[in-house]
Design a binder for this molecule. Structure first.
Ligand code: ATP
Ligand code: MG
Length: 503
């Protein structure tokens, strides 16, 4: 059993060392205790009828028991399928119907509602894990026989299906093999110098690749320990920093932490700060370095591929870049129209090949064929370039590229200028159909509370910083940008909303 054996082997010999400090319960869990629980839980899953290849879906609060369920599912040869806790019952209907899991584990608070949903989707059993670490699954775990012989699994077998965040459309199930997860964890552990001495502040959700695979697998593989927090809280994190060595976060973590007092002092003994899942503004990177003396290490990955690139551990961590391809991972830039490789330095679609790449989209053979080439390269859909020093720069998503009057326009460039204006909180720039230009640039802006700012003001302020063809033909103000459950801006929703404004 490729992944489970690998994760467990790492802890052998260090069984009494600490795996996890549970922030909610105050409990300290050793590797020995964690794996004993995971094995019992694996037995409970098998007793409930789970067979190798069966999906085990879960939408539950971030708990130690849910982490045990991840390891237990893999031990039992099953396919772990976590779902965003923000999804509503109707969204859950889609995922359960699509994935047909044998078991669905949910929060006891939602059991009544979701049992009906699960039954309609043909799920055999519904069990629960609650925020307090209780529930029917932990009860079964405690009653199950100890010890468990892992189901045999090979490198090509599936260990998990993770649905993409649904930023550009409906979420797709990415099929992740034992090889993909194990190899990427090993690569990241080595690249970021993780060891048994590390203490990771784990405040990310565990239904997403970042918190589940990057954070958890590396910790287990390195025999490190983690401070396990059910949610992000800037003050709590600051309080833990003196006893920790690494923090992994999304860019908003860093923005929020910079708003606290005492960050400089608390972070003195930290070893590493990692950022990913969304672009980290160069401004945040610089500000963080001023306050803490640490250069945040930005890396780039996605649900389908795990992590692809990383800024160097030793060496220059450059703001606004996502660093170099990880060892064993190839990154190329191709022409979006023809798929042909582009000359060095040009902007095109990033394509990725390596053991980290997924096995295809669950039940979407056409989509898989479109995005996963026969030669093994996965077409990420992200636009980027590689500079002369080899650093990868992401300029946005292919679907968000604006082509106006024959010019390629990258929304990010315009957003950076607008976001810098006084009185602006944030912005999103999109292309909307226009009869003369094909597409026209439209900016959607969120202004600061109580600030009077007009479209004319914005136009005047940006006209010296942007070529005329990049300047928005229309500017709209909104209270908030539409975001999905991962907090990513949904430009497809904006494009629909403003579709007819130039017709
Ligand atoms: P969907 O595929 O359903 O539209 P999604 O692409 O947002 O949703 P994820 O797999 O969670 O789903 O996110 C991966 C994407 O996040 C990448 O393709 C990239 O666009 C973005 N991303 C991740 N890390 C970075 C980073 N460091 N800088 C810029 N963008 C990043
Ligand atoms: Mg995607």
């Amino acid at each position: 059993n490729h992944l489970a054996e690998k994760l467990r082997a790492a802890s052998l010999g260090a069984e009494n060392s600490l795996f996890l400090h549970n922030h909610q319960t105050g409990e300290e869990v050793s590797y020995k205790a964690f794996f004993a629980n995971a094995e019992r839980m694996a037995q409970a899953l098998v007793d409930a009828g789970v067979k190798p290849g069966d999906r085990v879906a879960v939408q539950a609060p971030k708990t130690q028991a849910m982490l045990e369920l991840y390891v237990a599912t893999v031990l039992a040869g099953g396919v772990f399928l976590p779902l965003n806790t923000a999804y509503t019952a109707s969204e859950i209907t889609y995922f359960l119907t699509d994935a047909k899991p044998w078991i669905f584990v949910c929060d006891p608070k939602c059991e009544d509602e979701l049992s009906t949903v699960a039954k309609d989707a043909g799920v055999a059993q519904v069990l629960t894990i609650g925020a307090d670490e209780g529930g029917s699954l932990p009860e079964r775990r405690d009653a199950a026989a100890p010890g468990f012989t892992p189901a045999p699994r090979g490198p090509d077998d599936l260990a998990a299906i993770l649905y993409t965040s649904g930023t550009t459309g409906r979420s797709k199930g990415a099929m992740l093999t034992h090889r993909a997860l194990a190899s990427n964890a090993q690569t990241l552990k080595d690249s970021w110098h993780f060891s048994a001495d590390d203490v990771l502040i784990h405040a990310l959700p565990i239904f997403h690749t970042h918190g589940l695979f990057v954070a958890t697998n590396i910790t287990l593989l390195a025999g490190s320990s983690c401070i396990f927090m059910s949610k992000f809280d800037a003050d709590d994190i600051l309080g833990y920093m003196p006893d920790a060595t690494v923090l992994m976060g999304v860019p908003t973590f860093y923005v929020r932490l910079l708003e606290t007092e005492g960050l400089g002092k608390a972070s003195v003994n930290m070893r590493l700060f990692v950022s990913g899942s969304a672009p980290l503004l160069a401004e945040t990177h610089d500000h963080w370095r001023d306050v803490t003396g640490h250069a945040i290490l930005e890396r780039y990955g996605m649900t389908e591929t795990n992590m692809n690139t990383s800024n160097p551990y030793d060496g220059d961590r450059r703001a606004g870049t996502v660093g170099f391809p990880l060892p064993g991972v190839e990154v190329i830039v191709t022409d979006p129209a023809t798929g042909a490789p582009l000359p060095q330095g040009e902007i095109g679609v990033l394509e990725v090949r390596g053991p980290n790449v997924f096995a295809g989209y669950w039940k979407m053979p056409d989509k898989t064929a479109e995005e996963l080439r026969d030669n093994g390269f996965f077409i990420t859909g992200d636009l980027g370039r590689i500079d002369t020093d080899g650093y990868v720069h992401i300029v946005g998503r292919g679907k968000d590229l604006i082509i106006s009057g024959g010019y390629n326009i990258y929304p990010k460039e315009i957003e950076l200028v607008i976001d810098d204006l006084p009185g602006v909180v944030e912005s999103a720039v999109i292309g909307v159909p226009h009869k003369d230009f094909g597409e026209a640039v439209l900016a959607v802006i969120v202004a600061q509370d109580g600030v009077e700012i007009s479209a004319k003001d914005v136009s005047n302020m940006i006209k010296d910083n942007l070529a005329r063809f990049k300047q928005p033909k229309r500017i709209e103000f909104v209270q908030a940008l539409p975001r999905n459950a991962m907090g990513k801006v949904q430009k497809n929703v904006l494009r629909e909303a403003y579709d007819g404004v130039f017709q």
